[in-house]
Design a binder for this molecule. Structure first.
Ligand SMILES: [Zn+2]
Length: 247
């Protein structure tokens, strides 16, 4: 294939733009900000679940506390009633009096047991309240972290998108002056997986695959006409000659 040396240099510039576009795509696909958002999203879900658990726990314990308070109140009311009856003087039978006194004493013990249990539930409620406060704090912090990370991801994507657009526009303008056959040869090499489809022949070395050319290949390159399109014998990339080629 033959192509004007200027067209070959234009192809080299096109490769520069395509390399930048490849890098841009790779960066977009492997954005560390995206991984960070995914990580923080999990943290936020965990933090939210912790709040839900703590809320449920506290609701249950508050219900248990009301039940314990009701239990203490009803025992106390019954003991008060018994004591009032004793003080009223209406009960005169020694047997009934003894029974009432016995019941007051037993209610007293019962009340004391229930109050101990109530105290335990109160402590559990306090613990659950502070756990809920901590969980809500962690939840807010996780939500704020996530929002920051999402903003950073959007910013990174916007920057990369702007760069991609600029490069795409630059690319559209830089294919002019490149003959169609040279351009399609370049595209074929890239399609075959060689992202660097054209490189300089620099000091006897293919810039695409970095292989050093044999003396025979260098002699052939030296003998080739200036508009001959050279291909690397190793990677098939197009080699563009310049003053640095070492020919
Ligand atoms: Zn090569």
């Amino acid at each position: 294939m033959k192509a004007d040396p200027f067209a070959q240099l234009a192809l080299l510039r096109l490769q520069g733009i395509d390399t930048a576009l490849d890098r841009n795509r790779h960066t977009q696909a492997n954005l560390p900000e995206r991984a960070e958002v995914a990580r923080l999203r999990k943290v936020a879900v965990e933090a939210h679940n912790r709040v839900v658990r703590a809320t449920t726990e506290l609701t249950d314990l508050r219900r248990a506390l009301r039940k314990a308070e009701d239990g203490v109140a009803s025992v106390r009311a019954r003991a008060d009633r018994d004591r009032a009856l004793l003080a009223s003087g209406n009960v005169t039978s020694p047997k009934q009096l003894a029974d009432l006194e016995h019941e007051v004493a037993s209610l007293g013990r019962r009340q004391s047991d229930l109050e101990d249990a109530e105290l335990e539930v109160m402590e559990a409620v306090e613990q659950a309240e502070s756990e809920l406060a901590l969980a809500e704090e962690a939840d807010s912090a996780a939500a704020a972290d996530l929002a920051r990370a999402e903003a950073a991801e959007q910013e990174a994507l916007a920057d990369l998108g702007a760069e991609q657009q600029r490069l795409t526009e630059e690319r559209a303008g830089s294919t002019e002056g490149i003959p169609a056959d040279l351009l399609s040869a370049y595209q074929r090499i890239r399609d075959h997986g060689n992202a660097i489809a054209v490189g300089l022949l620099r000091y006897g070395r293919c810039e695409s695959c970095q292989m050093e050319l044999s003396r025979v290949d260098i002699a052939a390159a030296r003998a080739a006409a200036v508009d001959e399109v050279l291909r690397c014998p190793e990677c098939q990339a197009i080699m563009v000659r310049s003053e640095e080629s070492g020919l």
